[in-house]
Design a protein around this ligand. Structure first.
Ligand code: ASP
Length: 338
């Protein structure tokens, strides 16, 4: 059935639901061919941190023309990936402790199809490689040299991603470093900059379909070979087109331990609002190890099938960007440690 016909059928079902005053947002309904939606404001795109705003604008070039959420999230996150001034994603990302920029990314669509790359070097747009893994292979995840080989065989160009600025900062770090991986301290870099930040993006298109993308250079000065939550489906990103989607940023090890994004989506399935679901996931991290949680940042961002969104973090300072047909804003997430 064409998307157009699906959309018309969805609209009819949604209107019918509104007429009879029934909420068809069925949390445990079996997967059906048509998932009726009651969308407040779709299309909509949300993404982590202030730099998500520019990424959302790029995503909107797809969504605003009636394009597919999957295309929108790929286009959107390509903006920070290509930005040398963004030192936590793609080109210009801070290297591992040995001076190598290594990238993690994943993407997931409305049919639960997903693709991922981890520990990938020399490729500016890991998100597009992840999409190709999803669309052109029977696998979900490729890592390291295999991921690079796959990318090169599929036309991606090998590039030096270490910019002079990131190289100079790394060399400065080496002077005092004892080669301990620093993965739990915000504001540890000269000038008080953060040592990590990922872009996670979720979109719902005009047909009510959701997709997500997540891409990062991971923790600055991490051990060589370290992979965080961002390319792990269920940890850094999860999309369930019947319920909603979630993504995460912050110390990936903590997110992996609770399979964070999947947890947020499951909490939304149990009728929690997006913000509440994010808060409960944050509290899961705190309850597991309160002492450790005090010194780190983790943030979750979520969108449900009704077009409602929300976020929550361990610490103050987690911002996220929201774009709809009416507005483009940056909002501050609630946080646990007051
Ligand atoms: N979650 C990313 C990682 O652990 C880093 C970040 O978002 O700050 O690699």
């Amino acid at each position: 059935m064409s998307n157009r016909r699906k959309f018309v059928k969805q609209s009819i079902l949604s209107s019918a639901a509104m007429l009879v005053g029934k909420n068809l947002f069925a949390h445990s309904a079996p997967r059906t061919e048509f998932t009726p939606v009651t969308v407040k404001d779709n299309p909509i795109v949300i993404s982590t941190w202030d730099f998500g705003k520019a990424a959302n604008e790029a995503a909107w070039q797809v969504l605003g023309k009636g394009g597919r959420a999957l295309d929108a999230v790929e286009k959107g996150v390509m903006v920070p990936e290509a930005d040398p001034n963004n030192q936590s994603v793609g080109y210009g990302g801070r290297p591992d402790r040995d001076g190598h920029v290594t990238l993690d990314a994943c993407i997931m669509d409305e049919n639960s199809k997903c693709g991922s790359v981890a520990f990938l070097e020399h490729i500016m747009h890991p998100i597009s490689v992840a999409r190709m893994v999803m669309e052109k292979t029977p696998h979900v995840m490729l890592v390291g040299e295999g991921a690079l080989q796959f990318a090169l065989e599929n036309g991606f160009k090998k590039q030096n991603l270490l910019t002079p600025k990131s190289e100079a900062e790394w060399k400065e770090w080496l002077k005092t470093s004892k080669y301990k991986p620093v993965n739990n301290i915000e504001n540890m870099l000269p000038g008080g900059e953060k040592n990590h930040d990922t872009i996670g993006m979720i979109a719902m298109d005009g047909a009510g379909n959701m997709s997500g993308a997540c891409t990062t250079s991971g923790m600055a000065y991490k051990l060589r070979g370290r992979v965080g939550d961002s390319p792990i489906i269920g940890a850094g990103l999860y999309v369930d087109n019947e319920v909603g989607a979630a993504t995460s940023t912050g110390v990936g090890e903590e997110v992996i331990r609770i399979v964070g994004s999947h947890l947020v989506v499951e909490l939304m399935r149990q009728s929690h609002t997006p913000e509440d679901a994010c808060r409960l996931a944050v509290e899961r991290i705190v309850n597991r190890n309160p002492a450790a949680a005090k010194d780190i940042q983790v943030g979750f961002l979520a969108l449900n099938k009704k077009g409602e969104y929300g976020a929550y973090a361990l610490q103050k300072g987690f911002s996220y960007a929201v774009k709809t047909g009416k507005n483009s804003t940056v909002e501050q997430a609630g946080y646990h440690f007051k």
